[in-house]
Ligand binder design. Structure first.
Ligand SMILES: Nc1ncnc2c1ncn2[C@@H]1O[C@H](COP(=O)(O)OP(=O)(O)OP(=O)(O)O)[C@@H](O)[C@H]1O
Length: 250
């Protein structure tokens, strides 16, 4: 479904400097349809940069990304949005603070001219029910809901466009432990019922082990371990990776 082949990316170090910092170094991976692929690594190792290249927001300097055979940079915005959506660490920031949540949730469908008003409403109602949220919450503003509710609403908004892929960038790291578990369970159920493909970005080895079919462990822009999750946890190639994996939070 998603193929990344030998991708690299660097950023300019400062406004006045032409020196570059390499943040992703020659990484390759394949994500299979209907499965969860994890990118696990500590802060600053380049995980979000990889996600932004998959989304087509950033262009790899070297290598190639293909989504079902197409370069995401070559997709128009609408097509890209209907293939993949991104879920962020701080969902409340992705909602307009001055807009009622109902309007924010309906907006992507309106912008993309999907369905009639009644069809859009029906789709939102069905998703609200599936994710166990009362409709009244849609009359509120982003500061009037909890982090867990905000993340569920962000997932609902993403799903209104019926994407095949969700890029989950630390989707639970701002939540307390029981809400984290709730959100991860919801994501698993949605994957089963809709056949979704996930890229799960995290620094939490426990969550990665629980969620992912395959993982890549990243360190300083490189992939240092890659394979089926249980195999990576059972037989990491490097001794220090083992220590890292079993410290859970890295
Ligand atoms: N637009 C940018 N310009 C310059 N440097 C950047 C930019 N975006 C990220 N970086 C730097 O690139 C490195 C990798 O960042 P990235 O966000 O990909 O890491 P990450 O593993 O997702 O970290 P985190 O989990 O903390 O978000 C970091 O050192 C970061 O400071």
């Amino acid at each position: 479904m998603i193929k990344a082949e030998h991708i690299s990316k660097s950023y300019r170090q400062g406004f006045f400097s032409s020196r570059k910092q390499e943040v992703v170094l020659d990484i390759s991976f394949h994500m299979k349809k209907g499965t969860t692929f994890g990118l696990l690594g500590s802060s600053g190792c380049g995980k979000s940069t990889v996600a932004r290249m998959i989304m087509g927001i950033l262009k790899p300097e070297k290598g190639q990304i293909l989504i079902e055979g197409t370069d995401p940079q070559a997709m128009d915005r609408k097509t890209r949005g209907q293939i993949m959506q991104m879920i962020f660490q701080q969902p409340e920031e992705s909602f307009d603070p001055e807009m009622r949540l109902g309007k924010s949730i309906a907006e992507p469908m309106e912008v993309n001219e999907i369905g009639t008003a009644a069809e859009r409403k029906g789709k939102i109602e069905a998703l609200m029910e599936q994710l166990n949220l009362p409709m009244q919450i849609l009359n509120r503003y982003p500061h009037q809901i909890s982090g867990g509710e905000a993340q569920r609403l962000a997932i609902i908004r993403a799903l209104t466009l019926e994407p095949q892929i969700l890029l989950l960038d630390e989707p639970t790291s701002m939540l307390d432990v029981s809400t984290q578990a709730q959100i991860l369970n919801i994501l698993k159920e949605l994957q089963k019922s809709r056949g979704l493909t996930y890229l799960f970005i995290t620094h939490d080895a426990g969550a990665a082990r629980w969620m992912c079919d395959e993982i890549a462990v990243m360190d300083q822009g490189r992939i240092i371990e890659y394979g089926p999750t249980e195999q990576v946890f059972a037989e990491p190639k490097e001794k220090w990776t083992k220590e890292l994996l079993f410290s859970w939070q890295i």
